[in-house]
Design a protein around this ligand. Structure first.
Ligand code: NAD
Ligand code: ZN
Ligand code: ZN
Length: 340
């Protein structure tokens, strides 16, 4: 099969023939139709984070395809089912987090396209106990971005602890952010979008944001967001630049919550006095559980959210990563694995 392989953190991915893997216990072999390209794949391929993936590896954690073979002890999926992979490839099922609905925090979890090979390949293995089940009748290319971008922003929005009618700031309107706008609107929130590119703000308005603020062209983006909303009740930061993080904290009204989702390899200063006196909450949010995934896919299957995306062949993966690096992607790029 063809796969896009990361061999070093400084070179392009190599598109090359590799053996089709064999499913072990609990695993299913999936013929991949489409996979989204997440900015996390770029961080992985560049070795951006403190824990780097072992080389060589195959990125990709928004893969959609059909089960073609199952290993021993597989009961949840069967040959012919449409399934996906996800960042949460598997978890231990036994620890305090797995036992309390926080499998996303399992210290023994495995991650697709990072610690196990991902979906930038014509076939992939998934753990049948954890893989997303793609609802029948949906466009498989459009379903792909839901498997990471969709579930992550849906869960992240839940963790802002906002209510219908509340203002939510979506900072960064890329693959994650353009879906965040849609989930927030579907959940009854009012959305103000922040980005550094007018085309991204247009996309946010198209998907239901009430107002957009360009952080690169206005003098004081925080004051602008506060003026427009009276201060937001919640904020979701998906931006890939550290400067967006203290801005989102600054845009909160008293008692507000910011959910940090973007993962630029940077730090930001948190003003102790304002955080304490205004009772602010700053928390991280990482993807979503299997239950969150089912809910996120259900919003999509019912037509409440729908990614903006462009389909490209697997052979274009390095160009796509370059486009992501330079902020040139509108919504998501989805790779077609079978027409390369
Ligand atoms: P993307 O490249 O599609 O989108 C990033 C957006 O941020 C772009 O629209 C860009 O214009 C915008 N941006 C850049 N600088 C900005 C600034 N200063 N202010 C506001 N916006 C700015 O990336 P993506 O695929 O949406 O991923 C976004 C981030 O989320 C990445 O760091 C990725 O690793 C991370 N991520 C986290 C999780 C999680 O579970 N926490 C899951 C998936 C992705
Ligand atoms: Zn992702
Ligand atoms: Zn666990």
């Amino acid at each position: 099969m063809l796969a896009a392989v990361v061999r070093s953190f400084t070179e392009d991915l190599e598109i090359t023939e590799v053996p089709v893997p064999t499913p072990g216990p609990h695993e299913a072999l999936v013929r991949v139709e489409f996979t989204g390209v997440c900015h996390t794949d770029l961080h992985a391929a560049r070795g951006d984070w403190p824990v780097q993936p072992a080389l060589p590896f195959v990125p990709g954690h928004e893969g959609v395809g059909t089960v073609v073979e199952v290993g021993d002890e597989v009961t949840r999926v069967a040959v012919g089912d449409r399934v996906g992979n996800a960042w949460l490839a598997s978890a231990c099922g036994e620890c305090e987090y797995c036992a309390t609905g926080w499998e996303t925090l399992c210290p023994r979890q495995r991650n697709s396209g990072y610690s196990v090979d991902g979906s930038f390949a014509q076939y992939m293995l998934v753990d049948s106990r954890y893989c997303p089940l793609v609802p029948p009748g949906v466009d498989p290319a459009a379903a792909a971005p839901i498997l990471c971008a969709g579930v992550t922003v849906y869960k992240g929005l839940k963790t802002t602890d906002t209510q219908p009618g509340d203002w939510v700031l979506v900072s960064g309107v890329g693959g994650l952010g353009h879906l965040a706008v849609q989930y927030a609107v579907a959940m009854g929130r009012r959305v103000v979008a922040l980005d550094v590119d007018d085309a991204k703000l247009d996309l946010a308005l198209k998907h239901g944001a009430e107002v957009g603020v360009n952080a690169a062209t206005v003098d004081d983006p925080v004051a602008q967001v506060r003026d427009l909303t009276g201060g937001v009740h919640g904020a979701l930061v998906t931006a890939v630049n550290g400067v967006a993080f203290p801005q989102a904290v600054g845009a909160l009204r008293r008692g507000g919550t910011v959910s940090l989702v973007g993962l630029p390899p940077e730090q930001f200063p948190l003003d102790i006095f304002t955080t304490v006196l205004n009772g602010l909450t700053v928390r991280g949010s990482i993807v979503g559980t299997r239950a969150d995934m089912t809910e996120a896919l259900d919003f999509f299957a019912r037509g409440k959210v729908g990614p903006t995306f462009t389909v490209r062949p697997l052979g274009a993966v390095n160009e796509v990563l370059d486009d992501l690096t330079h902020g040139r992607v509108d919504g998501r790029v989805v790779l077609d694995l079978q027409h390369t």
